[in-house]
Design a protein around this ligand. Structure first.
Ligand SMILES: *Cc1c(COP(=O)(O)O)cnc(C)c1O
Length: 224
């Protein structure tokens, strides 16, 4: 049952937060709804979910009108610049910004809609070749360039840990992201405000919360 799964996750979030001596108020749960049908998504919304995440623009567009308008949509998957227009129309936040080229495409589309698009910069903390995301050493120069774009607001960072059989294996990558987040806060960018640290999925969200995540993206543990 979706309701039981969400309750179980809330308990586990509370426990991880208590363990890390943090406050529960600032944790956002993004329910990742890729491949999930609209009736199940509405059921989750009925159980208190306010933020949903999709990893494909096309799938999100197809579902968009079947979901109550009060939820916030998050783009968590890789985004191609030719899909920037549709993405800016739907998503409150894009978690997967990883190049200046994509930033410029998003900025241009957002300007047309007179919108300031919230984005997170995705970092490839583990350095795996198949993963998208900017390399940790290139983050600062990318942020400096994006800081010049007026219709984009960078509000934080996102990463995905490598798939592993053991939750502890993700911890070093979450630490890398948290350190980048803290140092970016101190850099004195003009517009960028580091607020959201998006890390942790069904298998590793407790570890991510212990390492400072304030936004977790959970799919299978809700909709299994
Ligand atoms: C699918 C997905 C998630 C959720 O993964 P689960 O293992 O189902 O919790 C989170 N983030 C991204 C980027 C995803 O693609």
């Amino acid at each position: 049952m979706i309701k039981d799964n969400i309750e179980d996750i809330r308990c586990r979030i509370n426990a991880a937060i208590a363990k890390a001596n943090r406050s529960i108020d600032d944790i956002a749960v993004v329910a990742v709804t890729k491949t999930v049908q609209p009736d199940k998504i509405r059921e989750a919304i009925g159980c208190g979910i306010t933020d949903i995440g999709e990893n494909k623009v096309q799938e999100a567009t197809l579902k968009y009108n079947e979901i109550p308008k009060q939820v916030r949509w998050h783009m968590v998957g890789h985004l191609q610049s030719n899909k920037a227009k549709a993405a800016v129309e739907i998503f409150e936040m894009i978690h997967s910004l990883d190049s200046l080229h994509l930033a410029e495409a998003i900025d241009a589309q957002a300007r047309k809609l007179d919108k300031t698009q919230k984005v997170l910069v995705q970092v490839n903390a583990s350095g795996e070749e198949e993963k998208s995301g900017v390399a940790p050493e290139d983050l600062d120069s990318l942020l400096k360039e994006i800081d010049e774009l007026k219709n984009i607001s960078v509000t934080g960072l996102m990463t995905m840990a490598p798939i592993a059989d053991n939750k502890e294996k993700a911890r070093p990558y979450f630490r890398i992201l948290r350190d980048l987040f803290e140092s970016a806060k101190k850099k004195g960018y003009k517009r960028i405000k580091m607020q959201h640290l998006s890390m942790g999925m069904s298998e590793d969200f407790e570890t991510a919360l212990e390492e400072g995540a304030n936004m977790v993206r959970i799919g299978r543990a809700i909709f299994k």
